[in-house]
Design a protein around this ligand. Sequence first.
Ligand code: NAP
Length: 312
Amino acid sequence: MSSDVRNIIILGSGPAGLTAALYTARANLSPLVAKGPQPGGQLMITTDVENYPGFSGGILGPDLMKEMQAQAERFGTEVLTGLATSVDLSTRPFKISFDDKVVKTNSLIISTGATARTLGLEKDKELMGFGLSTCATCDGAFFQDEEIVVIGGGDSACEEAVHLTKFGKKVTLVHRRDELRASKIMADRVKNHPKIEILWNKNLVDLLGDKKSGLTGGVLEDSKTGEREEISCAAVFYAIGHTPNTKLFEGLLDMDDDGYLITQPDSTKTNIEGVFACGDVQDHVFRQAITAAGTGCMAALETERFLAEFEE
Ligand code: NAP
């Protein structure tokens, strides 16, 4: 292999990317991780993580990611802060362009993740992790016996609303239309649940509270009459869908209708040999840090095998 060609570039530095880095670094493959626009991924915008195994007292999301990066670096992972601006996967070595340079690589692991959609309200950033969340599985347990609001009308919103009834004293599902998008079985479960109230034709237009006191409620606007009312609650969960971060690969790699990368069954291989995908960029079902880390490990082992065959 020519010395100006890397073995592996990993795009994305969430649990999937950093696990892939840890494994390939320990295999002496000197991976290069490009951190991407949200270094550390989605866990950087949560507070306590209580469901990542190994931390009986929980760990803060940013602390977990700092540890993962340090562990990967300990074995020789190089971390790059720049953003990849384009990729050329037409021939090997692949060429990955960053703002200031082009790096060649014999293999590529894509772990660019997905971004939970938010409403773009003024206080979104301030209150994220302080009562506002995009993940009920991660944060629901913090709101025991509290009033909880879920925004959305799809399967995720319904699933999260039902999940949150285990913790909250009441869950209010706020939907912008008068009909749920969710599958009938999920919709019925929500409609018939004694702890869930559905507010139809309502848009959340403002959040109340601050970092110090936490979220205290929101302002709802009726989509038909424009009338506004306040709702008090300790938590708001956005469940209005996710967007996979795959713009760089449009037209190059196989994607499903929602833009998620398609990997082969029981594998992280994409449709291009030597290009692997792991974590939320190829998973719209589980979306957990631990499942992302698991597929990151798979990608690393498959890349290692690919490079060994490639060298032969
Ligand atoms: P989704 O099906 O796209 O639903 C998004 C929901 O959010 C819709 O009800 C939409 O309203 C609402 N929404 C979007 N933007 C909004 C905005 N700006 N303001 C207010 N509301 C907004 O997304 P999802 O629920 O995450 O599901 C994604 C895919 O995964 C779907 O195919 C779903 O079936 C699947 N899924 C399956 C399961 C399961 O089977 N257990 C669980 C979760 C997800 P409108 O309805 O008005 O468009």
